[in-house]
Design a protein around this ligand. Structure first.
Ligand code: AMP
Length: 143
């Protein structure tokens, strides 16, 4: 199963913000969209960083409530692991496990073109296991 197959059902919409956005506004966006991370891009859609709820908690833990008035560029992760449409879900899972993060943006032509979350990976893994179990059941019944 590939990244492209997940995106064909999930869609390619990615919630993104600019680096100058205040952390307080990032919190609003995370809440409004019920998501755990936002990709930070420039005006052309090139990835500049990623901010997740973990970064927000860490910033508040370090600086207190005043952290919310900082621009997201000061707390986001700049070195972002990405994937492409052609990558398999196992490759994306390996990136998440090795990097200990739960979001991997999809890049096409240097621009953000989707996002795979750990929820997407788990959903597709469960569907795959159920399909294999069903195949096994019908094989046994036929025998
Ligand atoms: P998450 O588990 O996605 O909430 O993220 C945990 C930490 O990893 C946070 O510091 C994020 O900024 C960072 N992070 C999330 N996704 C990525 C990614 N694809 N590449 C690099 N760092 C990431």
């Amino acid at each position: 199963m590939t990244v492209a197959s997940i995106l064909s059902t999930k869609g390619r919409e990615v919630v993104s913000e600019r680096g100058a956005t205040l952390l307080s506004d990032v919190c609003k966006t995370l809440t409004q969209h019920k998501i755990g991370a936002i990709v930070i891009t420039d005006d052309d859609g090139h990835i500049q960083g990623i901010i997740s709820e973990r970064d927000v908690v860490k910033a508040i833990g370090v600086s207190g409530a005043s952290a919310l008035m900082q621009p997201v560029s000061s707390v986001m992760t700049r070195s972002v692991e990405t994937c492409t449409d052609k990558d398999s879900i196992n490759v994306v899972m390996a990136k998440m496990t090795a990097g200990r993060f739960r979001h991997v943006p999809v890049v096409a032509d240097g621009k953000v073109a989707g996002l795979i979350s750990i929820g997407d990976v788990v959903k597709h893994k469960i569907a795959q296991v159920e399909m294999e179990a069903e195949q096994m059941r019908s094989y046994i019944t036929m025998a």
